[in-house]
Design a protein around this ligand. Structure first.
Ligand SMILES: [Zn+2]
Length: 74
């Protein structure tokens, strides 16, 4: 699929990404999320069912598989 950004010649490729969301004020990281990533500008598209799956995962308060270090830029 062609990239949705005007003038970007890239194509979306199916990739597994690390998805970061803020849930109830806390940062949650989900690894190996299937997404479409533009090969040129890096734009990320998530399918509606993937977004729903992530929401369900966060809502279920399932135990994280791993704890990851979180760094503040500033
Ligand atoms: Zn692009």
């Amino acid at each position: 699929m062609k990239c949705s950004f005007e003038g970007c010649p890239g194509e979306y490729e199916e990739k597994k990404i690390v998805h970061t969301v803020r849930h109830k004020g806390q940062v949650r990281v989900i690894d190996h999320v299937p997404a479409e990533v533009c090969s040129v500008c890096g734009d990320v598209l998530l399918k509606p069912e993937t977004v729903r799956q992530i929401e369900m995962l966060l809502q279920s308060e399932v135990r994280p598989a791993e704890m990851v270090p979180l760094y503040e830029y500033a």
